[in-house]
Design a protein around this ligand. Structure first.
Ligand SMILES: [Zn+2]
Length: 274
């Protein structure tokens, strides 16, 4: 087993606000992962991605990539779907060049489609993306659709696992966003059940943060906050250690690496050595 912890995006407390500055800071803090956020744009050229990969390797940092937010694979506009596929394949290309294993994607909105229609269409589109990945000679990157917070968003964990089962490709996996699953179930989470479902994965990629509670609507909303107890972290850490799994946990809290540090302290408290 191995645990990788680090921020989604560059460290906030780095001396120099750049990717390399962030790696320096991660080394100081003894953290070992970072997600490169292409959420607004794919800001690295192929060459720059290779350089980032070399640096990360020097620092012993496990990289992943988050694809742009401007993606909707279930759009009824053909151009939107095609542009979305292109953005994902381009993100995967940069990921391959930097030695990142996962490219995380917010796949889609159901829109007017029924769940079943959405599923069938996602299957088709996913196969297309994988063909694009193969054509681009990408070998080591997995497409990781993220578990999403809202009922209007594709998809929950079960649907994503079903997609993996039916598409049957080594290029497809899931990004387990614990905060999103907690929102989707409005304040409930069973870590043991979730990790049981993904126990065949050799390396689980995940996101963790806490979420806001709206007193008026009595609902948890997908607004990320620093770690307190919604959802709790300690019980997740215990379950991970009990199962001896290899997992990356990207902190998506507003405190980024500082919350990764708190996660690290929890694992160390329970006896894990980084
Ligand atoms: Zn995300």
């Amino acid at each position: 087993m191995k645990i990788y912890l680090g921020p989604g995006g560059n460290c906030l407390t780095a001396k120099e606000s750049s990717t390399f500055g962030s790696f320096e800071r991660l080394k100081e803090l003894n953290l070992n992962a970072q997600e490169i956020e292409f959420v607004r744009s794919i800001y690295l050229s192929p060459k720059a991605a290779e350089e980032v990969g070399r640096q990360a390797k020097n620092y012993g940092i496990e990289l992943s990539v988050h694809a742009p937010y401007f993606i909707n694979l279930l759009s009824d506009k053909k151009e939107t779907v095609e542009a979305s596929i292109e953005r994902i394949v381009e993100s995967a290309d940069r990921a391959e060049r930097m030695g990142a294993k996962f490219v995380v994607v917010h796949a889609a909105y159901y829109g007017k489609l029924s769940r079943e229609e959405a599923f069938e269409k996602m299957k088709e589109v996913t196969i297309k993306i994988i063909e694009g990945i193969e054509e681009a000679r990408i070998r080591n990157v997995k497409l990781a659709y993220e578990t999403m917070a809202k009922e209007s968003q594709f998809a929950d964990l079960d649907e994503l696992l079903r997609l993996m089962k039916e598409v049957k490709s080594k290029f497809l996996t899931v990004c387990v966003d614990f905060a999103h699953l907690y929102c989707r179930e409005n304040g409930k989470i069973d870590y043991s059940q979730i990790l049981e479902k993904v126990k065949s994965f050799s390396h689980i990629h995940s996101h963790f943060s806490n979420v806001k509670y709206n007193l008026k609507t009595k609902k948890f909303v997908d607004v990320h906050v620093s770690i307190n107890s919604h959802p709790p972290f300690e019980s997740l850490a215990k379950e991970i250690l009990r199962r001896k799994i290899t997992i990356t946990i990207i902190s998506e809290s507003p405190k980024l690496e500082l919350d990764s540090l708190r996660m690290k302290e929890v694992f160390e408290k329970f006896g894990y050595k980084f």
